[in-house]
Design a protein around this ligand. Structure first.
Ligand code: HEM
Length: 241
C-alpha cells in the first residue's frame, strides 16, 4: 500500500479515483483536513473488507437458498433465459429486468443481513415516543431482529421471495428492510454491490444448476458477531446445465 501511494503520487494521470481523492487532502492548507498515509491505508483496507466479503457472502446466501429451493431456482433460470433471449452476454439494461432474481437476493439479505446490527451515536438529547435518548448515547439498530420479526414478515424463517415483489414492498415501512443501512451513513456502494451480486448470480444460473450437497447445513449455524456468516461455511454442489 505504501508503494501504491508512492506510485499514485508519481503518476501524472490524476483521475478521480478514491486513492487520488484521499491523497489530494495532503495538499490542503488546513492541517486538520489532511489525511496521513496511515489513515489513507486504514480507509483502503476498510474499502476492501466492506466491498469484497459482503458481496461474496450475499452471493453465497442467495445461491444457498436457490439450492434448497429448486422451484425458485427454476423460476430465476427461466427469467434469465427470457431476459437474455438465450444469449450469453448480460447487459446493464437486462439486469434491470431481472426482477424475480432481485426479490430472491433481497429475501436472502432479509434472512442473512451482512451487518446484523448497526449503530449510531446520538448528537443531541431527544425524546421519541416517550423514550429519551441522551446526547452521545450509542443506539443499536437490531437489523437481524427487525428482519426476523413475525409481525412484519409472517413465518419469518421461511424463504419467500414474493415478499419483495413491488406490490408487497410498497405496503411495508422502508425501515423494515435495511441490509445496506439507511440514512446519510448507509452503504456508499449499494448500487455497485447490487449490480455485482445480480450479474454474478445471473451468470451462474445461466450455466449451472445449484444443488445441496452432503455438507449443506439446513438450518445453517450462524455467527452473528460482527459481520454475519455461516459458522461452518456454505457448501453446495453444481451441475452443468
Ligand atoms: C452486498 C454487499 C454489501 C452490503 C450488504 C453492504 C452493507 C453495508 C452496511 C450495512 C453498511 C453500514 C451502513 C449503516 O451503518 O447504515 C455499509 C457501509 C459501507 N459500505 Fe457497504 N455493503 C456492501 C458492499 C459494499 C461495497 C462493494 C463497497 C465498496 C466498494 C462498500 C463500501 C462501504 C463503505 C465505505 C461504508 C461506510 C460508509 C460510511 O460510513 O459513510 N460496501 N455497507
Amino acid at each position: 500500500m505504501t508503494q501504491a501511494i508512492a506510485n499514485k503520487k508519481a503518476d501524472s494521470n490524476k483521475n478521480n479515483d478514491f486513492l487520488n481523492i484521499m491523497l489530494k487532502t495532503q495538499d490542503v492548507e488546513d492541517e486538520d483536513k489532511r489525511l496521513s498515509n496511515e489513515v489513507i491505508l486504514a480507509n483502503a483496507i476498510i474499502f476492501i473488507l466492506a466491498g469484497y466479503d459482503t458481496v461474496s457472502t450475499t452471493i453465497s446466501w442467495a445461491a444457498y437458498e436457490m439450492a434448497l429451493h429448486q422451484d425458485i431456482q427454476e423460476k430465476v433460470y427461466e427469467e434469465v433465459m427470457e431476459v437474455t433471449d438465450g444469449e450469453e452476454e448480460i447487459t446493464y439494461e437486462m439486469l434491470q429486468k431481472l426482477t424475480y432474481l432481485e426479490s430472491v437476493i433481497e429475501e436472502s439479505q432479509r434472512l442473512f443481513p451482512s451487518a446484523p446490527r448497526l449503530e449510531r451515536q446520538c448528537t443531541e438529547t431527544i425524546t421519541i415516543e416517550g423514550i429519551t435518548i441522551p446526547k452521545d448515547a450509542i443506539v443499536t439498530i437490531p437489523v437481524y431482529g427487525i428482519h426476523h420479526d413475525a409481525d412484519i414478515y409472517p413465518d419469518p424463517e421461511k424463504f419467500i421471495p414474493e415478499r419483495f415483489s413491488a406490490e408487497e414492498k410498497a405496503k411495508r415501512n422502508p425501515y423494515f428492510f435495511q441490509p445496506f443501512g439507511l440514512g446519510p451513513r448507509s452503504c456508499i456502494a449499494m448500487r455497485l454491490a447490487q449490480v455485482e451480486v445480480k450479474l454474478c448470480l445471473a451468470k451462474i444460473i445461466q450455466k449451472l444448476r445449484l444443488l445441496p450437497s452432503e455438507k449443506t447445513e439446513d438450518p445453517v449455524t450462524l455467527i452473528k458477531t460482527g459481520q454475519m456468516h455461516a459458522k461452518n461455511g456454505i457448501y453446495l454442489k453444481v451441475q452443468r446445465r
